[in-house]
Design a protein around this ligand. Sequence first.
Ligand code: UDP
Ligand code: MG
Length: 173
Amino acid sequence: MTIKEDKIFRCAKIYDAQYIIVPRGVSYGVKEEIMERTLSIVKPDGVAKNLIGEVIKRFEDNGLKVIGLKMISMSKKEAEGFYAVHRGKSFFESLTIFMSSGPSVVMVLEGERAISKTRELMGATDPDQAKKGTLRRQFATNIERNIVHGSDGPETAAFEIGYFFNALEIFKY
Ligand code: UDP
Ligand code: MG
């Protein structure tokens, strides 16, 4: 959320085309301040293990709303573009082969603290380090095949949502 202030008004840009304007000194309320969107993926191993429903249920049961959803099959190039921040790392080649090895389910989640909440529900990257009850602890095979992805911050979320979804594929309800 971008907030601009002048002498009289505070103007908050919440999503692309939505603004809230209130007199300076008046808060938008806690709810608007912490509403977020994030991108999650049920990775090819999660889809192969029939975990699409399990992952979505975990998110929905914890106050996250699915506002965009589709099954895709990433090409190697698309996987490389998605994980561009990891280019050059030892696991990059294997990771992008894995991510383009079969269908995955990409989704946009919305809710309060959606980014950190999604990551809490996923658990640590390495399932051996992930807390009990998290998706990765319960279902991941190893640090690479860890069934689920979630954006790690607001800028990453904006990039990742835009990577797979256009405005007409995201819904308000
Ligand atoms: N990964 C891997 N080996 C590593 C670290 C990461 O294979 O040592 C894979 C794993 O699938 C992970 C993805 O690369 O989910 C992206 O890594 P990141 O560090 O961003 O972890 P995440 O944000 O997914 O927890
Ligand atoms: Mg990451």
